[in-house]
Design a binder for this molecule. Structure first.
Ligand SMILES: Nc1nc2c(c(=O)[nH]1)N[C@H]1C(S)=C(S)[C@@H](COP(=O)(O)O)O[C@H]1N2
Ligand SMILES: [Mo]
Length: 322
């Protein structure tokens, strides 16, 4: 079967917000008014951010900044990054922030299975409280050639891997997003291979840069960023940064990710950033910073080569950059 599905990232950025998003926003505002705590909010503005104060882990923020991970570029304003998102579960365009407020962050459990000593299901609050929370400022480079800089909070994926105790045979870590078409209208679009899946090799998962994100801008992250748990692997294209994770599976089989399943010649397993390897339909030489609207040169491994280049020594024959 050869179905060629056009990702939304080929659409004009100015694509109109579909009606369903407005309807959702209205429902949301009604919900807020009914509880009347936030009655003073400007009308017509769904203040997603205010809700983060109710997060059961809100007391853990701000987390201690880790000064090793800072960048030379300006941090992109939260007003920009919280309104320009890829989260296909809530629509195949950038203006999903209102629709994403339908996401229910609690109760939330994370399943750990496959090649581990003991498969288990952990409650997100228990998990977050036993992990060492810190803040890291990372660049983020989407395969669509836009980028941003975000102060994430979270913990090293390596610490999570140690907690999960994979067995010696595990070669890959497969991650999966929630699957609930009741709250995520995008998941009613049957031509996509839901749920969203991503994967890393164990060497990548245990690299010091790989980070499990719980917060952004010094508080629990807003839903549209992929709360309550999302991946950041800043040397790879944005689609590897799987959102709202419910399951981690350790395996000896290379996982096939969501985008790889849809369009294997365009979105491979490795997806490391490289300005010299164009996407089949566009150049990756430069990127648009969504905060400043400037075009800037793209860097090999998104500027993180000193941390990760070693991982790929000896496997140069693989499609490392797509
Ligand atoms: N579950 C899920 N995770 C996802 C996506 C998605 O559609 N669904 N989009 C990816 C893409 S293409 C990018 S660029 C980033 C966007 O993250 P942001 O909205 O926080 O900028 O999330 C990634 N993670
Ligand atoms: Mo992306």
């Amino acid at each position: 079967m050869h179905v060629r599905i056009k990702p939304g990232w080929e659409l004009a950025e100015s694509a109109a917000t579909p009606e369903s998003v407005y309807l959702n926003r209205r429902t949301l505002i009604k919900g807020v008014a009914a509880t009347s705590i936030l009655g003073a909010l400007p009308s017509g503005c769904a203040r997603a951010e205010d809700e983060e104060d109710d997060d059961p882990t809100a007391d853990l923020y701000p987390a201690q900044p880790n000064s090793q991970y800072t960048v030379e570029r300006a941090i992109t304003d939260a007003d920009v990054t919280s309104r320009y998102n890829n989260f296909y579960e809530f629509g195949s365009h950038k203006k999903i922030s209102a629709a994403a407020q339908a996401l229910r962050r609690r109760p939330w459990t994370v399943e750990i299975d496959g090649m581990v000593e003991t498969p288990m299901t952990v409650d997100i609050d228990n998990l977050i409280r036993r992990m060492p929370l810190e803040e890291r400022v990372y660049r983020h480079r989407c395969v669509e050639a836009w980028s941003m800089v975000i102060p994430w909070s979270g913990f090293p994926l390596r610490t999570f891997v140690e907690f999960a105790r994979p067995t010696a045979g595990a070669k890959y870590l497969r991650m999966e997003t929630f699957h609930d078409a009741e709250i995520a209208p995008g998941q009613r679009q049957f031509w996509y291979p839901w749920p969203y899946v991503e994967g890393l090799t164990m060497a990548e998962a245990t690299n010091e840069l790989a980070f499990l994100v719980t917060g952004a801008y010094r508080k629990p992250m807003a839903k549209q960023y992929g709360s309550p748990l999302r991946l950041a692997v800043p040397w790879k294209y944005g689609f590897k940064h799987i959102k709202s994770i419910v399951k981690f599976t350790f395996t000896d089989e290379r996982p096939v990710s969501f985008w790889e399943q849809l369009a294997p010649p365009e979105y491979g397993f490795w997806a490391n950033v490289n300005p010299d390897v164009p996407h089949p339909r566009w150049s990756q030489a430069t990127e648009r910073d969504i905060g400043t609207d400037q075009r800037i040169p793209t860097r090999l491994f998104n500027g993180y080569g000193e941390y990760v280049a070693d991982i790929y020594a000896g496997i140069e024959g693989e499609r490392l950059y797509m």
